[in-house]
Design a protein around this ligand. Structure first.
Ligand code: WT7
Length: 674
């Protein structure tokens, strides 16, 4: 059958006494997960036409991983071939050494030269319903124009460019233009605050900022230029700011003002720019982009990705996991501000000559059927979204998708957090009409591309598991000592092409965060279990990182934002289970002498966090408390706080300095929850 046995599975010792911190109080639901017995084989019609229908690919890849990845890389255009596939001196990997290539050339020119200039590349719809389409030929011209415009502003190879844009075609153009001229882009999600933006500008020492007057979100305007202006007051390295006019009613409403000399309209810059721009010949190991992501400290990390390995793996995974064919219309609902948007809206799909659908706005604007109307209107065949969205759709009811014709859909994907089996089953039945395979894809900003996933024409799926490592990827589950177990921490045991190369400007942090737990093995920060079929069940983060609606937020970041407020003496932030978002943010706050925990102050603190970081980081629950539960050595007991936030019985409190504090907190919490 489709199921590929995992040779290792039966021999791995069961070690149910893993560190308490890992499995904590989740073990009840975990057992339920592993009892999941529903299995879904690829529909025969799907398997017969799939790019990958033969399980032999796994064996072939593991026999000679380097040759396997080199086969994928060879499908791209190289100006100069590599002389060595992999050089691995842990934790530093170099892939395709000596090779020279250009990403925008591979995403655009390569297809145009092969006769596909008129094929649709980007099919875009704005939230108000305006539409724009670019063929591969048109997208190439637009990218060349903007590449020349950037050069005109003095941007060259290796310079950093921050991109702070809504989900409009210019976001894709700006990213590709950077890669064309060898500039390093750092895309900052449009929902981040001015302060988050200037922090990222400064950390990367960016020279140019690309933004828009605004974007639409849920019928309202996101005032990006206004935010950018605020950020620019504290971004001394930015010499020029390029502003895209979003157009229509929005631009009239916003009426953005441009600062003479510093700011330039995008449309003015490209007006006279040439539609030809020779792509820079980049070394495979030249830095391609930086993407900031939250970690366990207050300061986000600039994850560094390089050119050849990244493009190879996003190309390979898009091809194999999304099974793209010529007549597919592919839609990934992520924002380009996250890694999913980089890898699976822009680079992977365009490198595969896909017809990529892109939508600016919210799923419930003007109504809760918007996504399904878009699927029908554009004939979407492959659809990739997040569990948090699926749970929201399920809650909104089956009537919304029922109003649209979803019969063109043939493959569904999910990413960002563990998907609960009920949400998986709903997706399968109501969206997929019980005929579409579901690919549950595990990966991270740091891995750059999909790592653990079904292959839709091969793998028998089970609701809730990302199944097996992609061919050419080696993963295990380990305990603290680095011994293989069937429950413990997820570990990636050999280098992969799209792995992060370092943390921008902080190589020590790169080594400490990912490579210090075990020898020569990558630590992703997730807990996982292996079942008898050798399938990986990813359980979520084991560090102080939250996953709120598929977005990564560090508890320390939120704590720093809180203590930045004049009223706050101390704050402890934990995750709390949330029906739709997976996790929501709960904050326990101790106020300074002279402040009262009023409702007004509570609202002010939420706003303050929103202003410091962005709306996604606003705590859902804030509990004021005279003190926080600490061990005698002064460590905040987060596990207790999680129990309190989720209303569970609190376990052993004997190690606490003041056990009574828990009772007071519980009472306080009950009062807050009403
Ligand atoms: C973290 C990475 C990768 C793009 C979106 C998030 C969690 C991601 C899955 C999945 C279970 C998942 C992990 C991971 N995660 N995909 N299919 N099943 N968990 O990227 O912000 O870098 O977050 O998201 O906890 O470590 P990110």
């Amino acid at each position: 059958m489709g199921l590929v046995p995992h040779a290792l599975a039966p021999h791995i010792p069961r070690d149910e006494n893993e560190k308490g911190t890992l499995m904590s109080s989740e073990s009840g639901s975990l057992e339920a997960l592993l009892d999941e017995n529903r299995r879904f084989a690829p529909p025969p019609g799907f398997r017969d036409k799939a790019n990958f229908g033969d399980p032999a690919v796994y064996e072939r890849a593991s026999k000679d991983r380097e040759a396997y990845w080199a086969d994928w890389a060879a499908q791209l255009d190289w100006f100069e071939p590599w002389h060595t596939v992999l050089e691995w001196s842990p934790p530093y990997a170099k892939w395709f050494l000596g090779g020279k290539l250009n990403v925008s050339h591979n995403c655009l020119d390569r297809h145009v030269q092969a006769g596909h200039a008129d094929r649709k590349a980007l099919i875009w719809e704005g939230e108000p319903g305006d539409t724009r389409t670019f063929t591969y030929g048109e997208l190439l011209e637009e990218v060349c124009r903007f590449s020349n415009a950037l050069k005109g502003l003095g941007v060259g190879k290796g310079d950093r460019v921050t991109i702070y844009l809504p989900m409009i075609p210019e976001a894709v153009v700006a990213m590709l233009a950077c890669t064309r001229i060898g500039a390093i882009h750092s895309v900052v999600f449009g929902g981040f605050s001015p302060e988050s933006l200037s922090d990222r500008n400064n950390d990367a020492q960016a020279k140019v900022l690309i933004t828009a007057d605004g974007g639409w979100r849920r019928g309202g305007v996101v005032p990006l230029k206004e935010n950018a202006d605020e950020a620019l007051k504290a971004s001394p390295t930015i010499e020029h700011c390029v502003v895209v006019r979003r157009g229509g009613e929005l631009s009239e409403q916003v009426g953005a003002t441009l600062q003479e000399g510093r700011d330039h309209w995008y449309h003015d810059l490209i007006a006279d720019a040439s539609t030809e721009c020779a792509p820079e010949q980049m070394d495979a190991e030249d830095t391609m982009f930086i993407l900031y992501t939250s970690g366990t400290t207050g300061k986000p990390k600039g994850v560094v990705h390089t050119t050849g390995g990244y493009l190879t793996q996003v190309y390979a995974t898009t091809n194999a996991v999304f099974d793209l064919h010529d007549d597919d219309v592919y839609w990934c609902t992520a924002d380009v501000g996250w890694i999913t948007g980089h890898s699976y809206i822009v680079y992977g799909p365009l490198a595969n000559r896909a017809q990529v659908m892109m939508y600016e706005g919210a799923p419930d604007t003007p109504d809760r059927g918007r996504f399904w109307q878009l699927c029908e209107k554009y004939g979407v065949t492959v659809f990739y979204t997040a569990p948090t969205a699926i749970r929201a759709f399920a809650k909104w009811g089956d009537d919304w998708p029922a109003k649209s014709d979803l019969s063109k859909l043939r493959l569904l994907g999910t990413v960002g957090e563990p998907i609960n089996p009920e949400a998986w089953m709903w997706y399968h039945k109501v969206i997929g009409g019980e005929r579409c395979p579901i690919v549950d894809t595990w990966w991270q900003t740091e891995t750059g591309a999909i790592m653990i996933t079904p292959l839709p024409g091969i793998t028998e799926t089970k609701p809730g598991t990302a199944t097996r490592p992609f061919p050419g990827i080696e993963a295990k589950i380990m305990n603290d000592a680095g011994e293989e177990r069937s429950a413990g921490y997820l570990a990636i045991t050999s280098p992969w092409p799209s792995m992060l190369r370092t943390v921008w400007g902080d190589d020590q942090r790169f080594r400490d965060t990912y490579w210090s737990k075990w020898k020569d093995t990558y630590f992703p920060g997730d807990g996982a279990k292996l079942d008898d079929d050798g399938y990986f069940w990813i359980l979520g983060r084991v560090d102080d990182v939250l996953n709120v609606a598929g977005h990564r937020i560090g508890t320390m970041e939120v704590e720093s934002a809180l203590v930045d407020h004049p009223s706050v003496a101390e704050a402890a932030v934990v995750g709390k289970k949330h029906e739709i978002k997976g996790e929501s943010i709960a904050a326990f706050v101790t106020l300074k002498e002279g402040y009262d925990g009023t409702d007004e102050l509570l609202a002010e603190l939420r706003e303050h966090v929103g202003k410091k970081i962005g709306a996604i980081a606003k705590p859902e629950l804030i509990v004021f408390s005279a003190d926080l539960p600490k061990t005698r050595s002064g460590k905040i007991m987060r596990r207790l706080l999680r129990d309190i936030a989720e209303g569970r019985a609190v376990g052993d409190t004997t190690t606490l300095a003041d056990p009574a504090v828990v009772k007071r907190l519980q009472e306080q919490h009950e009062a807050e929850e009403g």
